[in-house]
Design a binder for this molecule. Structure first.
Ligand SMILES: NCc1[nH]cc(CCC(=O)O)c1CC(=O)O
Length: 319
């Protein structure tokens, strides 16, 4: 979308819809402060709300319908004109946006990697046989089962504070969380080690924020356009195209991670079975403008290597 600055009227009021978890609010406040700086004179406020995804905490995400559950209420607020935009952890945004909504800006990425958090151990390699590791991400579960079969993986849900509390209560020997969330909440000192992409390939969009507006709100899209970071956007477009081509709005154990190297996008990806027994991985290089095609190409490459069989065995695969 191109909008010349002259056509952008300075808004007098901008309302941001956000979930109410501490992390979501931090992210909304970050965007609020940046918008207030860019649009001097505008009153920028946050409308906090609880989503179904926040309420259903006793079941794994994979059984309650997946990512859309965390953004639906925010979209209703935009639909009804109570909010102009929504700020999301891009990782939680479905690959296919609901009709009538669009992601119009991707802000610069925080550390995209997974973090190892423990009160007893320094890293994955230190964990003894039978150690209990908490995660509710199918991606992290598959990676751990494939690479560290001696560990016991247990479900871990709830917001960041809840997850850390469960670790501190001794329910787990270690937990794996996104580094970005811990860093944003000032909890970097809880990170015992940051996992390399070789140890744990991040999820598509991890560490990036996505700003969503109603597709007919060209005005709101223009207000947030300065927040877009071209490098992050190219990387996450590749990651999300990869995930989309494999049906990634569903709960699939897959990782997709792109970095910019010498002006080229370097995308790595894998698909695995939840038990970690099967894993297909690959990589692709291309220019930033080819980012989406790169993602689709890597997905085709993995299918040619047998990813289709892994996907077919998963309940909601679209094959
Ligand atoms: N699925 C929950 C979620 N969504 C975004 C983040 C962290 C922040 C980010 O990736 O931007 C987290 C927590 C986690 O995975 O530990």
């Amino acid at each position: 979308m191109t909008t010349t600055p002259a056509t952008v009227t300075t808004p007098s009021r901008i309302v941001i819809a956000s979930r109410e978890s501490r992390l979501a609010m931090w992210q909304a406040e970050h965007v609020r402060d940046r918008l207030a700086e860019i649009h001097a004179g505008a009153e920028v406020s946050i409308l906090g709300m609880t989503t179904q995804g926040d309420q259903i905490l006793d079941r794994p995400l994979s059984t309650i319908g997946g990512k859309g559950l965390f953004i639906k209420e925010l979209e209703v607020a935009m639909e009804e004109g109570r909010a102009d935009l929504a700020v999301h952890s891009l990782k939680d945004v479905p690959m296919d946006m609901p009709e009538g909504f669009a992601l119009v800006a991707i802000s610069a990425r925080e550390n995209p990697r997974d973090a190892f958090v423990s009160n007893k151990f320094r890293g994955l390699e230190d964990l003894p046989e039978g150690a209990v590791v908490g995660t509710s991400s199918l991606r992290r579960e598959a990676i751990l089962r494939a690479k560290y079969p001696k560990l016991q993986i247990r479900s871990l849900r709830g917001n960041l504070d809840t997850r850390l509390r469960k670790l501190d209560e001794g329910q787990y020997d270690a937990i794996i969380l996104a580094a970005a969330g811990l860093i944003r909440l000032g909890l970097s000192d809880r990170i015992r080690s940051v996992l390399t992409p070789e140890q744990s390939l991040p999820a598509p969009g991890q560490g990036a924020l996505g700003i969503e507006v109603r597709a007919d709100r060209l005005d709101a899209a223009a207000w947030v356009a300065p927040l877009n970071d071209a490098t992050t956007a190219a990387c996450v477009i590749a990651e999300r195209a990869f995930s989309r081509a494999l049906g990634g709005s569903c709960q699939i154990p897959l990782g997709g991670y792109a970095e910019m190297k010498n002006g080229q996008v370097w995308l790595r990806g894998f698909v695995a079975s939840v038990d970690g027994q099967q894993m297909v991985e690959g990589e692709a290089w291309g220019t930033p403008v080819e980012a989406a095609a790169l993602g689709r190409q890597l997905a085709e490459d993995l299918k040619a290597k047998g990813a289709g069989e892994i996907l077919a065995a998963l309940a909601c695969a679209k094959h």
